[in-house]
Design a protein around this ligand. Sequence first.
Ligand SMILES: CCCCCCCCCCC/C=C/C(=O)SCCNC(=O)CCNC(=O)[C@H](O)C(C)(C)COP(=O)(O)OP(=O)(O)OC[C@H]1O[C@@H](n2cnc3c(N)ncnc32)[C@H](O)[C@@H]1OP(=O)(O)O
Ligand SMILES: NC(=O)C1=CN([C@@H]2O[C@H](COP(=O)(O)OP(=O)(O)OC[C@H]3O[C@@H](n4cnc5c(N)ncnc54)[C@H](OP(=O)(O)O)[C@@H]3O)[C@@H](O)[C@H]2O)C=CC1
Length: 271
Amino acid sequence: MTGGGSGIGRCTAHELADLGANVAIIGRKQERLDNVTAEIRDDGGTAASFNCDIRDEERVKEVVAEVVERFGGIHGLVNNAGGQYKSPLEEISTKGFEAVVRNNLTGGFIFMREVFNGYMKEHGGSIVNIIADIWHGWPGFAHSGAARGGMLTLSESAAGEWAEYGIRVNALAPGSIASSGLDTYPEHQRSYIRNSVIPRQPLRRFGTESEISAGIVFLLSPAAAFVTGTCLRIDGAAPNGRRWVLNGSNNNEAYNGFHRAQRPKILEGTD
Ligand SMILES: CCCCCCCCCCC/C=C/C(=O)SCCNC(=O)CCNC(=O)[C@H](O)C(C)(C)COP(=O)(O)OP(=O)(O)OC[C@H]1O[C@@H](n2cnc3c(N)ncnc32)[C@H](O)[C@@H]1OP(=O)(O)O
Ligand SMILES: NC(=O)C1=CN([C@@H]2O[C@H](COP(=O)(O)OP(=O)(O)OC[C@H]3O[C@@H](n4cnc5c(N)ncnc54)[C@H](OP(=O)(O)O)[C@@H]3O)[C@@H](O)[C@H]2O)C=CC1
């Protein structure tokens, strides 16, 4: 479980441990890893923490070997670590773009490859790659949208190539989830999401960490034995890239492609 020290990763680690899995908690901040490991052990489960930046190829190789040594194998991999910052596309520096791509695509690729070579090629398994609501783009987070889109097709490609090894690979795309991760966003961005994004989404609420972990557990489990190469969207039917449409803002001339004076009658009364 990468990114297991907080938020969705922590919640999923607990759920997997409750179901009897031995859980490897992977991330950079040792204290958080140790806390989650201790929580799981206090509850009677089995967990161990592994300090690792998913972008550090050599460290990922070591961690995969250590987990196999400690637990005897790796039957499921959850590529959950990730994150990004909000920025207009034209202001993203090349360095910033590459940092976000490394954190949300390259790191996950390295982990998948090492787990395949280090264990799953011989024994099979299930991989779940956490992406985001990137359908029709992710305005405000273009670097991360590009990386997550890459992760989606990487998952599909891996599902095709690794099926013969008994490995299933799926993506899971959370919508806006009330998590400790979202809590790290600045207040003005959180209030924008709370007051202007969520009310325009069909279910009109944030998802919860446990609603995401339920999906991850399903994809890892034998219940999903015939599910591979797909993406489970858990987002309350909330496409970020089209939030202006859901918003009913038909006076957005750039979107409609019509100046108000030229609008067809069919659009009258839809502002
Ligand atoms: C707000 C309205 C939106 C509406 C829409 C929709 C609803 C959205 C719902 C949100 C859903 C998503 C939630 C989550 O993902 S929860 C996870 C929360 N956690 C994070 O997001 C963590 C974010 N941070 C990181 O992961 C890393 O800091 C990052 C990968 C971004 C960079 O790490 P790294 O250590 O590699 O890089 P540096 O810090 O050295 O930075 C490298 C360069 O990147 C640029 N940069 C980095 N941070 C910022 C920033 N905050 N602002 C601008 N630029 C940034 C910068 O160029 C850095 O280079 P320099 O420092 O040399 O300038
Ligand atoms: N919450 C939401 O609304 C949504 C979240 N997501 C994605 O879901 C995933 C989980 O998010 P959430 O739980 O909300 O947020 P968190 O910020 O709580 O979780 C992200 C975790 O990833 C770890 N992490 C980040 N970068 C690295 C790295 N380079 N190497 C190792 N670990 C890393 C962080 O720990 P540490 O810093 O200690 O390494 C942290 O524990 C993320 O990929 C996020 O972008 C997607 C869509 C919506």
